[in-house]
Design a protein around this ligand. Structure first.
Ligand SMILES: [Zn+2]
Length: 409
């Protein structure tokens, strides 16, 4: 398994599949289409059935037919093709076999070093094969590691027909990092009864709770007049924006919250005296509190507006995704199945509410419960990203174990 997995990961990682928020095409970048078509060829080559590339949503799907004589549920495994908003030109994965625990020089010439002081978790990887960047790009282990582990698990099944498994469906989709890809995922066509994403996180991580998420776009209109004649007529949109920002609960921001605590975050603000555009995100695990937060936000907009001659702030508020727990808790057996697979492989489950969203947040609310399994990747979305071969192998083994346990029933 090792050699194929490493080679497969490096091949995937080298392809630039960065998504692009400003693009309106599906997928948002042509490189993702090229990658998807390359992947489809590979899936056919290793012997998977029903390999399809869907032009409408950019997903590649394939089937591993059951080798059982009895019926078991169809399981899905999902990962994403795109990488985050960080340089992905000319990715050169560096392989460090039998890692010693020392600082890792990513780029000698540029003096870029990943130190074990800044990244103490490197101590967990002593003796392993660690794969890093060359310090100039991200690695894209988020989520090429997930993809490589799923494909390698499918290859293992095909090469070892003695491994029992029901029908397995796999899907690889675009534009996860910009929160769009899964919106177009075709759950009916996928036909799985439940699924797992393999997307980021050190070995042992498991997530079935995510935030509920909304975004608020504010346009603040000022009245710009010459400062010399501004008395009783100027309204400075920049100060209105500040007035609004300071009216929000000051302790409920990401830098002061953790675990189940929700927040409001100002994510961008640009403008002049005449006009300011501000974007906030609103997050909470609890659906009722999430609704309260949105209502509070709207009420504050009204409150600030009332202090002026006319409404100065216009608000566009919309939901982005919801907590997958609300779907998954209807049947916790898929969580237990995965955690039992972890334990069977000697992996201690590390289950915490995820302070973000995954493709599974959207897919679960489309009717296919989809919690998240680790990939072994760490320091995502930047030049210090890394993954170990052993971590990816564990993820592949979890896929095989989940299928085996399901086949037993
Ligand atoms: Zn990811």
């Amino acid at each position: 398994m090792d050699e194929h997995l490493l080679e497969r990961f490096v091949t995937y990682a080298k392809v630039n599949t960065r998504s692009d928020m400003s693009s309106q095409t599906v997928p948002t970048t042509d490189t993702q289409v090229e990658f998807a078509l390359m992947l489809a060829e590979e899936l056919k080559e290793i012997g998977l059935a029903e390999v399809e590339y869907n032009e409408a949503n950019g997903f590649v799907t394939a089937t591993l037919p059951s080798n059982l004589t009895h019926e078991v549920p169809i399981i899905g495994f999902i990962a994403h093709i795109d990488t985050a908003d960080f340089n992905a030109e000319n990715i050169q994965p560096q392989i460090h076999p039998n890692y010693t625990g020392n600082d890792i020089v990513l780029n000698e010439e540029l003096g870029i070093v990943m130190t074990n002081v800044e990244f103490p978790q490197l101590a967990n990887y002593i003796g392993q094969t660690v794969i890093t960047t060359d310090g100039t790009t991200l690695l894209g282990a988020d989520d090429k590691a997930g993809m490589a582990s799923i494909v390698t698990a499918m290859e293992e099944f095909i090469q070892h027909p003695e491994l029992p498994h029901g029908k397995i469906r796999i899907a690889f989709g675009p534009d996860e990092e910009i929160g769009r890809g899964a919106l177009l995922f075709d759950v009916d066509h996928f036909q799985a009864e439940f699924a797992y994403t393999l997307d980021s996180g050190r070995v042992g991580k498991f997530e079935y709770e995510t935030f509920n998420a909304a975004q608020a776009e504010l346009t603040i209109k000022g009245t710009s007049v010459h400062p010399g004649m501004a008395k009783n007529s100027m309204v400075n949109a920049l100060l209105v924006a500040a007035q609004f920002a300071t009216a929000l609960p000051q302790a409920e921001v990401p830098e002061k919250t953790e675990e189940y605590e929700g927040f409001y975050m100002l994510s961008s603000q640009v403008g002049t005296i005449d006009e300011v555009k501000a974007t906030y995100i609103i997050r909470d695990h609890d659906k009722a509190v999430f609704e309260e937060r949105k209502n509070h936000f709207k009420a504050l907009v009204n409150q600030v507006n009332q202090t002026f001659d006319q409404p100065r702030i216009t608000l566009k508020l919309y939901d982005q995704y919801y907590n997958m727990r609300d779907i998954i808790e209807k049947d916790f057996s898929i969580v237990e199945l995965a955690l039992n697979a972890y334990r069977a492989l000697g992996i201690e489950p590390d289950v915490k509410p995820f302070r973000g969203g995954t493709d599974g947040s959207i897919i679960s609310h489309k009717g296919l419960p989809t919690p998240n399994i680790f990939t072994g990747a760490e320091n995502l979305h930047g030049k210090y990203e890394f993954v170990s071969l052993e971590g990816m192998k564990q993820a592949a083994k979890i896929v095989i174990e989940i299928a085996r346990m399901t086949a037993e029933k």
